[in-house]
Design a protein around this ligand. Structure first.
Ligand code: NAP
Ligand code: GDD
Length: 343
């Protein structure tokens, strides 16, 4: 009989890749979908996969809907990916971060303990929980979050992952994932914002775009590599927590330079602070400006993960290098903008 997986956040970047991955492994896949004004399933790209997903309407803010979804799906494995996942926005809407990213996890695990206590649970934790801790960060590093998003995720990790594992013997794992990107990444996140903006410039649809902190360093991997790690964690004999990362760190500035090369631009930086500009040496035109509106009240300066535990325990290692990730996103957006004639 096929295994059954229940995914919250199935409409997001990771949810869409994970659902396709699990369908490929023969799972029956159920997904919690909240009502939105536009087509929520827009990210599903692999032919023949979307029709196989069983959609259950619900919301992480609504225990009754979670209970119903678990009763319908009767899952062997639960992947909790639903979140208000934008760190910058969490400063503006802190209650939503806490409601969905902390209380929502509590609703899910408490309902799971009643309805399907044997189910194994994956919780989408995050490198943002390390906050101010110096890199490289691993499972033993100090958590010092600086954002409402990071604090809510850390509280969920402590109360419902390590807490419920110790208190109730629940099979629950935290995947402490570092930034991972793809052509399906939301357009507000910096990598996708850069590739889509440069593609629009290339097609003559805009002249320049604006970023915030150019010096932030992140460990960027490819989302498709990372969803496999989520699944691998749940196949182990014992529940545990794992850092998933590439081990490489780059600045936002470097990501922009690398992406610009793909579009035939050669960025040099002039000015400093809020006056800094990225100028294409070839055309002498300003392509990137700094806008203080994109700076955060508190910033995580460096993230660089050490995922040697995941490699040792279940043989996971990232497959996609930084330059290949940038290229595949840029390639996608060059075509995407042309096709959609986005403005
Ligand atoms: P994403 O693309 O923003 O997807 C978030 C998902 O959560 C969407 O499906 C969204 O549904 C759903 N959601 C939000 N609020 C909800 C609610 N109240 N009820 C039900 N569903 C709700 O995020 P992602 O990049 O795939 O990330 C997946 C998870 O991993 C998140 O928990 C994120 O915090 C965590 N994470 C991500 C990264 C990364 O670099 N991508 C790194 C570490 C951890 P709608 O489509 O309706 O908005
Ligand atoms: N979004 C955004 N927009 N970020 C910018 C911009 C901009 O215009 N300019 C500079 N940045 C900087 C941010 O300040 C941050 O330091 C870095 O680029 C990355 O920002 P995001 O792409 O928004 O990602 P994030 O690191 O804050 O959060 C992502 O990764 C976390 C894991 O570390 C999200 O996917 C989270 O959900 C995830 O947990």
């Amino acid at each position: 009989m096929s295994k059954r997986a229940f995914i919250t956040g199935i409409t997001g970047q990771d949810g869409s890749y994970l659902a396709e991955f699990l369908l490929g492994k023969g799972y029956d896949v159920y997904g919690l979908v909240r009502r939105t004004s536009n087509n929520p399933m827009i990210r599903f790209k692999e032919p023949g996969k979307l029709e196989k997903i069983k959609i259950i309407y619900g919301n992480m803010r609504d225990s009754a809907s979670i209970e119903r979804a678990l009763e319908i799906s009767k899952p062997d494995e639960i992947y909790n990916l639903a979140a208000q996942s934008d760190v910058g926005i969490s400063f503006q809407c802190p209650e939503e971060a806490s409601e969905v990213n902390y209380y929502g996890v509590g609703r899910l695990v408490n309902e799971a303990m009643r309805v399907c206590p044997q189910a194994r649970i994956y919780q989408a934790s995050t490198s943002e929980m390390f906050g101010r801790t110096n890199p490289p960060q691993n499972e033993g590093s100090l958590f010092q979050p600086v954002s409402p998003y990071g604090r809510a995720k850390l509280k969920a990790h402590e109360d419902y992952v390590t807490g419920y594992r110790n208190k109730h013997g629940l099979f629950i794992c935290s995947g402490i994932l570092f930034n991972h990107e793809s052509p399906r990444r939301g357009e507000h996140f910096v990598t996708r914002k850069i590739t889509i903006s440069l593609a629009k410039i290339k097609h003559g649809l805009q002249e320049r775009f604006q970023l915030g902190n150019l010096d932030a360093k992140r460990d960027w991997g490819f989302a498709k590599d990372y969803v496999e790690a989520m699944w691998r964690m749940l196949q182990e004999d014992k529940p545990d927590d794992f850092v998933i990362a590439t081990g490489e760190m780059h600045t936002v500035r470097e990501f922009a330079e690398e992406a610009a090369k793909f579009f035939g631009m050669d960025i040099e930086w002039g000015g400093g602070g809020l006056e800094e500009k990225g100028i294409d040496r070839k055309t002498k035109k300003v392509v990137i400006e700094v806008n203080p509106a994109h700076l955060r009240p508190n910033e995580v300066d460096f993230l660089q993960g050490d995922s040697s535990k995941a490699e040792r325990v279940f043989g996971w290692k990232h497959k996609t290098a930084f330059k290949d990730l940038v290229r595949l996103m840029a390639e996608h957006d060059l075509e995407h903008v042309k096709r959609e004639k986005l403005l």
